[in-house]
Design a protein around this ligand. Structure first.
Ligand code: AP5
Length: 250
């Protein structure tokens, strides 16, 4: 079990130092989490990160952190990215890749990494491969979480997020102790703009068109590990660990 860092180098950019500094892991896992919006990637990344010590690198979290910045501290590209995100569309590859390249030191994190929401297009996957080659690193695997669409929509429509610490809840499967209030810090919970039905539809279409083809891409590289995402977060987490044990050589 490792102490959780605040991921400052990832969320704020390379000039910020993570606190506490990531610990080196005996085995630094380098994984990509794939799967449709709302399948539970972020939930699993939290659980896997606690156990494996790897840092949760979510591109969506970087965009959401940028949203909290004052207008004059946000680049034009990031301001535009937030508009794409609000509509449920993918942010252009050039913007995403510039942001990830700026943070490529996080790929060298001594605890390893769990990429969540990146790559999302074949162009992004190829660029990631190039960055890892430059760093002399390889992915251990790409976990593809799978769930029927009706269950995904139910997970998305009930999601609520803390406005301050960003903890994630669900109205029925993980309700807060006090309605509308975060258990950890007491701040108000809100519904993400892109979890509204009109944006969810666009996100599912973008996933089918641009991200689903990545399963073939990673299958060809021998990296794809499919994990059913039915059941409780804990049972999916245990299933993921067991699958990693059997599929990824020590
Ligand atoms: P991003 O933040 O990456 O969102 P996403 O992929 O759409 O995934 P989500 O965060 O919605 O869901 P999740 O799978 O993490 O599920 P969670 O664990 O929260 O991206 C957002 C946007 O940013 C994109 O649409 C795009 O505009 C832009 N973007 C980001 N990266 C980009 C890129 N690389 N290229 C281009 N654009 C990019 O779980 C969901 C809910 O279900 C929660 O309420 C949770 O409590 C609940 N839950 C989880 N597991 C379970 C379970 N087992 N049982 C019951 N409930 C569960």
């Amino acid at each position: 079990m490792s102490s959780k860092t605040d991921r400052a180098s990832w969320l704020q950019g390379p000039d910020a130092a993570c606190n506490p500094a990531p610990q080196s892991a005996a085995r630094p896992w380098r994984l990509v989490l794939l799967g449709a919006p709302g399948v539970g990637k972020g939930t699993q990344a939290e659980l896997l990160g606690e156990t494996l010590g790897a840092c949760h690198l979510s591109t969506g979290d970087v965009f959401r952190a940028a949203k909290c910045l004052p207008d004059d501290q946000r680049s034009k590209a990031l301001t535009e990215a937030l508009e794409f995100m609000k509509r449920g569309e993918l942010v252009p590859d050039t913007t995403v890749l510039a942001m990830v390249r700026e943070r490529s030191s996080c790929l060298r994190c001594q605890g390893g990494f769990l990429l969540d929401g990146f790559p999302r297009t074949v162009a992004q996957a190829e660029a990631l491969q190039g960055m890892l080659d430059e760093l002399g690193m390889k992915l251990d695997g790409v976990i593809d979480y799978q769930l029927p669409i009706e269950e995904i929509v139910a997970r998305l429509s009930g999601r609520r997020t803390c406005s301050s610490c960003k903890a994630v809840y669900h109205l029925t499967t993980k309700p807060p102790q006090v309605e509308g209030q975060c258990d950890h810090c007491g701040s108000l919970l809100f519904q993400r703009e892109d979890d509204r039905p009109e944006s969810v539809k666009v996100r599912m279409e973008a996933y089918a068109q641009s991200t689903a083809p990545l399963t073939d891409y990673f299958q060809r590289l021998g990296l794809l590990i499919t994990v059913p995402a039915e059941g409780s977060p804990e049972s999916i987490f245990q299933r993921t660990l067991q699958t990693l044990e059997t599929r990824v050589p020590a």
